[in-house]
Design a protein around this ligand. Structure first.
Ligand code: RBF
Length: 165
């Protein structure tokens, strides 16, 4: 299914874990901030809606998506943080940079997730143009921030399930 056919804010919520004592970090890229702020709002709202305590949600900003990996790594190193969500948007077509940034961040986030043994979620939009970004940041296709938060919740639950908790 391409993301054009999917609403990013509609998900299966069966069997979600109790996250009232779980701590989440949101790392937000400032580049294209009108989009990334919408991603943040969606992610924050979804975490709270499904049981996270507001005081258990922390935020850090990074200048651009390229810096998401290191910002997320610093949060992931904190023992009290259960999951990290990296939020950014790299608009293809506006820059050849996008290939380098997208690949670097996708690889970097995978690496730090495994290294820190906790979910680090790739909440990065990689649209062809600004309209596609708007459509996925609270527009007609929902909000990638919602989806990233739900992914974090589900991965926290899976980790507990596998640990037998
Ligand atoms: N950061 C983003 O988050 N999204 C972008 O679309 C984006 N495009 C960039 C295009 C160019 C030509 C450059 C130089 C940077 C871009 N960045 C973007 C910023 C990048 O993630 C990083 O912050 C800077 O490259 C650090 O100097």
């Amino acid at each position: 299914m391409s993301s054009a056919d999917k609403n990013l804010s509609v998900f299966n919520t069966e069997g979600l874990p109790d996250i009232s004592n779980k701590k989440f970090a949101l790392v937000v890229a400032e580049w294209n901030s009108e989009i990334t702020e919408a991603l943040f709002d969606g992610a924050y709202k979804t975490l709270v809606e499904y049981g996270a305590a507001k005081e258990n949600i922390v935020r850090g900003n990074v200048p651009g998506s390229f810096e998401l990996t290191l910002g997320a790594h610093w949060f992931a190193q904190r023992e009290d943080i259960d999951a990290v969500i990296a939020l950014g948007v790299v608009i293809q077509g506006e820059t050849k940079h996008n290939d380098y940034i997208n690949h670097a961040v996708a690889q970097g986030i995978t690496n730090i997730s495994i290294k820190n043994n906790k979910p680090v979620i790739f909440g990065v939009l990689t649209p062809n143009d600004m309209q596609q970004a708007i459509d996925r940041a609270g527009g007609v296709h929902g909000n990638k921030g919602d989806e990233a938060a739900m992914t974090a919740i589900k991965m926290v639950g899976l980790k507990e399930q596998i640990a037998g908790k």
